[in-house]
Write a protein that binds this ligand. Structure first.
Ligand SMILES: Nc1nc2c(ncn2[C@@H]2O[C@H](COP(=O)(O)OP(=O)(O)O)[C@@H](O)[C@H]2O)c(=O)[nH]1
Ligand SMILES: Nc1ncnc2c1ncn2[C@@H]1O[C@H](COP(=O)(O)OP(=O)(O)O)[C@@H](O)[C@H]1O
Length: 212
């Protein structure tokens, strides 16, 4: 009887600009069994974003239907728009032993903590300072001054939710932050509760039949 592993849900949350997209991209490049969960959202598509890759862009009626049909694992209103995680792809991946990466906010993380505490690995990413957070938001050069100001105003509120997360990474040096998430993944993958077929395997070992 072989041991297989159930996949895990790796959530990265942070105030906007702290670095979660940068860290996620690096992890997805390096980790063969890690897949990104693509959320549904009612927010408008930005230039360069691709439907089905960055988000599933839906209208509020369609979003409501998804909620009412129970198709979302979690959902929340963020910055005035609705966001939610489609259930099907995540459940399939976990059952097949693949890990799923989520870029969701604290509200969604709380819902996953309630509905699937054993599968959840939650990581909060902090910026080294407020000054550096603002510098990164400006360096990204994607947003207007007003949008940067609005994101800075939201940052303190986001950061106040750090105690709800299992792991904290201060994203000063990007290489060290990526290495830190990889260490978390490596340890979490070995957790006893994730190993499927372990009791039978150990029983076989004890009975001296582990070689077949
Ligand atoms: N709860 C929840 N939050 C989400 C989901 N998808 C994205 N978010 C969060 O919504 C916020 C805004 O995302 P987005 O519109 O892409 O803007 P940006 O990430 O700040 O550039 C971020 O904090 C995301 O983590 C989701 O499916 N569920
Ligand atoms: N450790 C770091 N040191 C310096 N700059 C960083 C670091 N991590 C991310 N950045 C930069 O900060 C900006 C915001 O990062 P991003 O990953 O888009 O943040 P988020 O997804 O959390 O909004 C980007 O320009 C990115 O290149």
């Amino acid at each position: 009887m072989a041991i297989t592993r159930r996949g895990l849900m790796l959530v990265l949350s942070s105030p906007s600009g702290a670095g979660k997209t940068t860290i996620s991209r690096r992890l997805l490049d390096e980790e063969r069994t890690l897949f990104m969960s693509v959320s549904a959202t009612t927010r408008a598509r930005r230039p360069g974003e691709v439907d089905g890759r960055d988000y599933f862009f839906v209208d509020p009626t369609e979003f409501n239907l998804m909620v009412n049909r129970g198709e979302l694992l979690e959902h929340a209103k963020v910055f005035g728009n609705y966001y939610g995680t489609p259930r099907g792809p995540v459940e399939e991946a976990l059952a097949a032993g693949r890990d799923v990466l989520f870029d969701i906010d604290w509200q969604g993380t709380q819902q996953l903590q309630d509905s699937a505490p054993r599968d959840l690995v939650s990581v909060f990413i902090l910026p080294p300072s407020t000054r550096e957070l603002e510098r990164r938001l400006r360096a990204r050069a994607q947003d207007s001054d007003e949008v940067v100001a609005a994101r800075m105003a939201k940052a303190a509120d986001e950061i106040s939710h750090y105690p709800e997360y299992q792991y904290i990474i201060l994203n000063d040096d990007i290489e060290r932050s990526v290495a830190a998430v990889r260490s978390i993944l490596a340890a979490e993958r070995l957790k006893r509760e994730r190993q499927v077929g372990l009791p039978d395997f150990v029983k076989g070992l004890r009975e001296g039949s582990g070689d077949d």
